[in-house]
Design a protein around this ligand. Structure first.
Ligand code: CAA
Length: 291
């Protein structure tokens, strides 16, 4: 089991400024440990990148260091040609209990504004490879937002989702008001954001926030299975599919359909589209080369 390391990487880093992606890829292959997350490749073919948030004493509160490491691990998986999907999970008790309140307590407006506080979290939503959140326990505030930045959410039966920032005298700052509204609609989002009420896994499923609910001890393995299924398809075509679905949140129907059509046309520039259709006609399993 190869856990991967940020610190060892900085020791290995050559002098001179290495591009961020290159240094992340190097660090990924260095084989040692991050401080706040566990990172490895899972699945029979080791084609699913796996990131486990690992700050159990703080219920995986998303301190700055943790989110930087998540970004580094995502960069490394994005650059790894063997990885076709990524799973992010926490512990049975907490996916993540939100941004780190102790770290935020004494921040000033000036620091938040000039440092564009939380902007680097967006990396999770810009990864081209499909990302699955496997959520057990609390997914609150930034934890719920982190799950919603992922492409698919699987929940354990005891998962709880919420945006309780109002109880702290603030509001969601990493997409909660936007992504939750798109996922579950206005009324439930307003209720959650204005009262801090949480919803359980069943309600999250009924409202469309999560796609599947599993027993607590099966969520991660089911997410890995889903990742393996995705990884067996063409990586380049999966990225196009993801881009097209995400465009539905940004564009009008006409513009979205136009983009989808262009991406569909683009699949005809790939060897994998040819292979997929030829395999169907020849009644055999397609062998995608990600080209
Ligand atoms: N930040 C920092 N530390 C946190 C934390 C957070 N978000 N959530 C929990 N912890 C810490 C607690 O302070 C506690 O640490 P100590 O043992 O050192 O006191 C430890 O984790 C265990 O927590 P509790 O004792 O509170 O555990 P509990 O089982 O009684 O309650 C909980 C669990 C309901 C999740 C409760 O911890 C809680 O309400 N946490 C805060 C949730 C929250 O408000 N999240 C939103 C944060 S703001 C945000 O995320 C902004 C954004 O949009 C990005």
């Amino acid at each position: 089991m190869a856990f991967l390391c940020r610190r060892a990487a900085s020791l290995l880093k050559p002098s001179g400024a290495a591009p961020a992606l290159l240094s992340a890829a190097r660090l990924y292959s260095s084989g040692a440990q991050y401080e706040y997350i566990l990172v490895e490749k899972r699945g029979e073919k080791k084609d699913v990148g796996f990131i486990q948030l690992n700050r159990p004493k703080a219920l995986n509160a998303l301190c700055d260091g943790l989110m930087k490491e998540v970004g580094e691990a995502l960069n490394a998986f994005e650059a790894d040609g063997d990885v076709g999907a990524i799973v992010i999970t926490g512990s049975d008790r907490a996916f993540a209990a939100g941004a780190d309140i102790k770290e935020m307590q004494n921040r000033t407006f000036q620091e938040c504004y000039s440092g564009n506080f939380l902007a680097h979290w967006d990396r999770v939503s810009t990864v081209k490879k499909p990302v699955i959140a496997a959520v057990n326990g609390f997914a609150l505030g930034g934890g719920c937002e982190l799950a919603m930045m992922c492409d698919i959410i699987y929940a354990g039966e005891k998962a709880q989702f919420g945006q309780p920032e109002i109880l702290l005298g603030t509001i969601p700052g990493s997409g909660g008001t936007q992504r939750l509204t798109r996922a579950v609609g206005k009324s439930l989002t307003m209720e959650m954001v204005l009262t801090g009420n949480r919803i359980d896994a069943q309600e999250a499923k009924q409202s469309g926030l999560v796609s599947k609910v599993y027993p607590v001890d099966q969520v991660v393995s089911e997410a890995i299975k889903c990742g393996e299924k995705i990884a067996a398809n063409s990586k380049i075509v999966s990225a196009m599919a993801k881009e097209a679905v995400n465009a539905a949140f940004e564009l009008s129907l006409t513009e979205g359909n136009r983009l989808e059509k262009r991406l569909f046309h683009s699949t005809f520039a790939t060897d994998d589209r040819k292979e997929g259709m030829t395999a169907f006609v020849e009644k055999r399993k397609a062998s995608f080369q990600d080209k």
